[in-house]
Design a protein around this ligand. Structure first.
Ligand SMILES: Nc1ncnc2c1ncn2[C@@H]1O[C@H](COP(=O)(O)OP(=O)(O)O)[C@@H](O)[C@H]1O
Ligand SMILES: [Mg+2]
Length: 252
């Protein structure tokens, strides 16, 4: 099943075409990375898909329905979640309360509750919150105040909050930006584990090639707003157009 499909998706800023007629499809359970030199249009593409930016033209379908014209929160309620935004954490609440609120908000907002389809009850929410905290490795910290977590654990909680909404697709824009090598490794391991455990579908923007090759089923390469290559990590690595774009362009 196709989760996300863009057709001719385009965003112009004045005379600059930041995203140029991009056709992209992501299948259920697929982990796709969007790479490209600085300024290639990656963040703009993510902002179009999450409805934070209005396209100049083109189509975006999520789960088979056009989302053009929808508010960003409507798209979230349909199952598209963006992770690694510190703003999603309530610092004064506990880790467990943060996960619970995220699970409740998703259930209340859309009446979809995949894990426990027949029970719109608090025990189900509680169980989901616990499961999510186990997935992201924060179960033992569940009674801690969110504010007291270190940087790496805060990122884990952000991912947990996104997962508690049981997203059908998770978007991540440079999740390891600003992390130490250790934190980066643990975040990458976490994303891989969650992908396997939950059969997560994701679209990742990441400039670290080692991470991208490690984590992706498929890689899409943007350059000056256009897709210049697409394929498995090995295919993309060996693609002359990609080597040209990276050697000839400015690397991030
Ligand atoms: N709000 C905006 N207004 C004008 N130009 C923008 C805006 N956002 C991005 N751009 C331009 O669009 C191009 C793509 O930017 P961006 O999507 O942030 O690239 P990337 O995330 O791949 O580094 C860049 O040239 C950038 O300067
Ligand atoms: Mg960017």
């Amino acid at each position: 099943m196709t989760v996300l499909k863009t057709e001719q998706l385009t965003k112009q800023f004045g005379g600059l075409t930041a995203v140029d007629e991009v056709d992209l499809e992501i299948e259920q359970g697929e982990g796709v990375s969007l790479i490209g030199p600085n300024g290639a249009g990656k963040s703009t593409f993510i902002n179009l898909v999450t409805r934070r930016l209005e396209p100049s033209y083109g189509e975006i379908a999520f789960q088979g329905d056009s989302i053009i014209g929808m508010d960003p929160h409507e798209v979230v309620q349909r199952g598209m979640s963006k992770s690694f935004q510190t703003a999603s954490i309530f610092p004064e609440l506990t880790v467990k309360e943060n996960a619970t609120i995220a699970a409740l908000a998703a259930e209340h907002g859309s009446f979809r509750f995949n894990f426990f389809r027949n029970q719109n009850s608090y025990p189900a929410v509680d169980e989901l919150a616990n499961e999510v905290l186990e997935s992201v490795g924060l179960y033992d910290e569940r009674e801690d105040q969110a504010d007291s977590l270190d940087y790496g654990n805060k990122r884990r909680l952000e991912l947990g909050i996104a997962l508690a909404a049981e997203p059908d697709m998770l978007l991540m824009d440079e999740p390891t930006a600003g992390m130490s090598p250790d934190e980066t490794k643990s975040t990458v391991d976490l994303i891989k584990r969650v992908k396997d455990e939950l059969d997560l579908t994701f679209l990742l923007v990441e400039h670290d090639m080692e991470i991208v090759f490690d984590i992706s089923d498929r890689i899409v390469v943007l350059n000056r707003g256009s897709v210049i290559a697409e394929g498995t990590p090995t295919e993309v690595q060996n693609d002359p157009a990609v080597q040209e774009a990276y050697l000839g362009g400015v690397e991030e």
